[in-house]
Design a protein around this ligand. Structure first.
Ligand SMILES: [Zn+2]
Length: 232
């Protein structure tokens, strides 16, 4: 199994492993050579794979719960859960003091707003987060694939995560913002790779694999994401 990870040098005394919403993070002291880090990752392999699997199952469970769009609701955001905080205009309800700001999804609505109004306001917030993040990921991967894209649109199609046109126009489903960045990146790379290969031929998958050797894992994880949207 191929697993990608983020590697960080730190002041710690030994090599550390962390499995979270973003996948695996490996931290190592400055003086440990990379081949020793590699060996440590291999040695810890079974544990890492089991942890990743557990995390994926937990996320699937969380996503399967229908969201109740009201104050305090838990909303999946980048693979974690954030708390919906509803402020009625002019009323100024105080935010939960024990919730860190980066774990809050804030919306402001008119007094007595309906569930639909709250949902719409929350979705506006989510789309506002999605656009710049998706653009940043496109800017990151396009040069690695040697392609250039012209325009990004957010879609809300219920049947696909994304699409690409030969003229460089990419569409990405804004609901991807609920998922971990590793799965968003897979869709970004998939659509950018279509600018080189407008099909799903073996050459297309080679292209994807060039910049994302573990794309199979990410593709599988995306298929388990219960938004019921096929990627292809
Ligand atoms: Zn495709």
């Amino acid at each position: 199994m191929l697993v990608s990870y983020r590697f960080e040098r730190s002041r710690r005394k030994s090599i550390g492993f962390l499995v979270g919403a973003d996948g695996l993070v490996v931290r190592s002291p400055n003086w440990v050579p990379l081949r020793e880090v590699d060996a440590a990752v291999q040695e810890k392999g079974a544990w890492i794979v089991a942890k990743l699997q557990q995390l994926r199952e937990r996320q699937t469970e969380q996503f399967q719960k229908a969201i109740e769009w009201e104050h305090g609701a838990e909303i999946p955001f980048l693979g974690r859960m954030v708390q919906l905080c509803v402020l009625e205009r002019g009323v100024g309800r105080v935010l939960g003091q024990d919730v860190p700001p980066d774990q809050i999804l804030p919306v402001t609505v008119p007094p007595g707003a309906t569930v639909t109004q709250i949902r719409d306001a929350a979705q506006v917030w989510l789309k506002n987060q999605a656009k710049p993040l998706f653009e940043q990921r496109l800017h990151h991967f396009a040069p690695l694939l040697g392609v250039s894209w012209k325009k990004l649109s957010l879609s809300s199609a219920s049947t696909r995560w994304g699409s690409a046109r030969t003229d460089g126009h990419i569409r990405l489903n804004w609901r991807l913002i609920h998922l971990p960045i590793s799965q968003i990146d897979y869709v970004v790379v998939h659509e950018l790779a279509h600018l080189r290969e407008m099909n799903h031929s073996p050459r297309f998958w080679e292209t994807v694999g060039e910049v994302m050797p573990d794309y199979e894992q990410r593709r599988k994880a995306l298929r388990q994401a219960p938004l019921d949207l096929p990627q292809d």
